[in-house]
Structure formats: structure tokens, C-alpha cells
Design a protein around this ligand. Sequence first.
Ligand SMILES: [Zn+2]
Length: 93
Amino acid sequence: MPPACPVCGQAYEPEPGFYWGAMYISFAFSTGIMLVVGLAVYYLLGDPDTWVYTSAVAIVALLFTPLSLRYSRTLMLYLFGGVRYDKRYATRQ
Ligand SMILES: [Zn+2]
């Protein structure tokens, strides 16, 4: 992750340790993913063995890890970093 946005210059780490809170947001994402996958396995496969739940949850959680990481950091910046989207920068080259 670069120290600042190459387009608008927004600092990506407003203070040291800023993204510790993003860990909890990511934890919430993971919990939601695990609940959805667990319920989907239960209702679609009719309560299979434990290893099926574990494998399905682990695979889907791993697949969503890059998204979870990025969105949790983005949410952290928006919620606690004072960052707001400015569409004037989106069209700038
Ligand atoms: Zn930017």
C-alpha cells in the first residue's frame, strides 16, 4: 500500500497504527461470510458432516480475504479517518 493516493495525495495512514481498528471490521466481515456460508451449506446440502462446513467456510473466507482487507481499510478511512469521496478527482488524469 503506497503512503498516499497517487491521484489526490490523501495520506493512507493518518497516524501510526491507524488500521488496528480495521481488523475488527474485517472480523465482522469474516463472521458474516462464515454465517452465510454455514447457513447455505446447511440448507443446500442438508446438514452434511462437519468437515464440509469447515472446508466450505475456509475456502470462501480465503477467497474473500483480499476484498475484506481492502473494504475494511476503506471503511476505517471513511468512518474514522475523515476521508470523503470527491468525484472531481475521479475524472482528473
Ligand atoms: Zn485519492
